[in-house]
Design a protein around this ligand. Structure first.
Ligand code: FAD
Length: 472
């Protein structure tokens, strides 16, 4: 007789581990299957996010940011530190320690909450059975409910096949042992800009090749324009409308061929990072008669509450539609666990924030001004520059702006877009405001602590009706 669980979760990334913990907290007998093995051969929890995604990239972004601050900006505020140098192996060591702490934390949380951690590759069979295989051994478990959280992997493109040490994906770009002199990045999306920023700060000459003509089209165009200007000032050479057509390697460097408005081009790099997006990962996951359907793009097909085509089987996170973000995966995990436990639960997909952790950060939630125009929604907007915010000036971080988009008739906030220091923290205001159905006036009438950069959001809300205080 197979071991039986109320819930078996496949995948222990931020979708799966959160679903498993929440299910266990709700009194359900829960197991979580994970097949990720680290370099030491140990099964590790946390998925892409903790091992090769959000957490390691932020460790390197923060270390490289501190380096640039110390080298280029401390003296401007009266701190003399002498020669500043970057110790890349030490930075990587710190990043690895951060990964280990986070990963260990999840395993401890599983223990504390009574989640059974199963090691190996999970496969969904028919009749709600899950096969777990590791090193040739196989075991079959039964579950009342299955939650698939198998995540995603980087997309590869034929013109630039990954080549050991020369052409790498985002995972490889977190491991460079020294700063490449000439670094190419294919893709000016979130991950490309973050990784490009890390290595640019550490001394690389970075060229970003982006096939699309518009920069960050998902961000309000005023904020995107400001961001492009700021990143250019930092030395990132972002080439828009540059379609990569091929590459050649000679063991030491990579020649990339691309076409742009001027015709055929080529450029030589010491390393090339391919950051053109991620695709759902479902390899080996579904048995022949599992019955779980995929959509035309390979995502597991789910409804608004993450139910798949098979009753009792759910799927969440990067392997289903929607933004590929850790917090979206986690919220879906909580929703699904609540539904399985018999509670009413749903997610507001209109209020999921996104952040690009460049310096300054870019953060947004909801629609852009261009979205509103395209959809024929009458809006009013309010913007406020950080250069007029006292705290930003005192922080020596006065670049950027905040912008609020509100419905012209009801004043309800439809979107908030920010580029500026700590934008990723500030955007939580927009998310909460939208969750609560707030108007711009609600934010305008709220008392903000002074001096804070959050006051830029307050002033943007005041500006929606033309009454920002600190603007001429
Ligand atoms: P994953 O984290 O991919 O986890 C899936 C897990 O399932 C993996 O551990 C995998 O081994 C396991 N698995 C798959 N198949 C099986 C199977 N058959 N059996 C057992 N286990 C299986 N998002 C943000 O929100 N903020 C960020 O700042 C951010 N930065 C990023 C930076 C980089 C460089 C990258 C690559 C991604 C970043 N992301 C960020 C995206 C984020 O990592 C993903 O959205 C998130 O990890 C998705 O969570 P998930 O649980 O759906 O999948």
């Amino acid at each position: 007789m197979a071991d039986k669980f109320d819930v078996i979760v496949i995948g222990a990334g931020p979708g799966g581990y959160v679903a498993a913990i929440r299910a266990a907290q709700l009194g359900l007998k829960t197991a979580c299957v994970e097949k990720w093995v680290n370099k030491e051969g140990k099964t590790v929890h946390g998925g892409t996010c903790l091992n090769v995604g959000c957490i390691p990239s932020k460790a390197l972004l923060e270390s490289s940011h501190k380096f640039v601050e110390a080298r280029d900006h401390f003296a401007e505020v009266g701190i003399n530190v002498g020669d500043v140098s970057a110790d890349i192996p030490k930075m990587l060591e710190f990043k690895n320690q951060v990964i280990a702490k986070n990963v260990g934390g999840i395993s401890a949380l599983f223990k504390a909450n009574g989640v059974t951690a199963l090691e190996g590759a999970g496969k969904v069979l028919s009749s709600k059975q899950v096969e777990v295989s590791k090193d040739g051994d196989k075991a079959v478990y039964e579950a009342e409910h299955i939650v698939i959280a198998s995540g995603s992997v980087p997309v590869e493109i034929p013109p630039t096949p990954l080549t050991e040490g020369l052409i790498v994906d985002s995972t490889g770009a977190l491991e460079f042992e020294e700063t490449p002199k000439r670094l190419g990045v294919i893709g000016a999306g979130v991950i490309g800009l973050e990784l490009g920023s890390v290595w640019s700060r550490l001394g690389s000459e970075v060229t970003v090749l982006e096939a699309m003509d518009s920069f960050l089209p998902m961000v309000d165009s005023a904020i995107a324009k400001e961001t492009q200007k700021l990143l250019k000032k930092q030395g990132l050479d972002i080439k828009m409308g540059a379609r990569v057509t091929g590459s050649e390697t000679n063991g030491k460097e990579v020649t990339v061929k691309y076409t742009d408005a001027k015709g055929e081009q080529e450029q030589v790099f010491d390393k090339l990072i391919v950051c053109v997006g991620r695709r759902p990962y479902t390899q080996g996951l579904l048995g022949e008669d599992a019955g779980v359907k995929l959509d035309e793009r390979g995502f597991i097909f789910v409804d608004d509450q993450c139910r798949t085509s098979v009753p009792g089987v759910y799927a969440i996170g990067d392997c289903v539609r929607g933004p590929m973000l850790a917090h979206k995966a986690s919220e879906e995990g909580v929703m699904v666990a609540d539904i399985i436990a018999g509670h009413k639960a749903e997610m507001n997909y209109d209020a999921i924030p996104s952040v690009i952790y460049t310096s300054p950060e870019v953060a947004w939630v909801g629609i852009t001004e261009q979205d509103a125009k395209a959809a024929g929604i009458e809006i009013k907007t309010g913007s406020f520059p950080f250069s007029a915010n006292g705290r930003a000036l005192a922080n020596h971080a006065s670049e950027g702006m905040a912008k609020i988009i509100a419905d012209a008739e009801t004043d309800r906030i439809l979107g908030m877009h920010i580029v500026g220091q700590h934008a990723g923290e500030l955007i939580a205001q927009g998310v909460i405001a939208m969750e609560f159905g707030s108007s711009a006036e609600d934010l305008a009438l709220t008392c903000y602590a002074h001096p804070t950069t959050a006051e830029a959001v307050h002033e943007a809300a005041l500006a929606v009706d033309g009454h920002a205080i600190h603007m001429a």
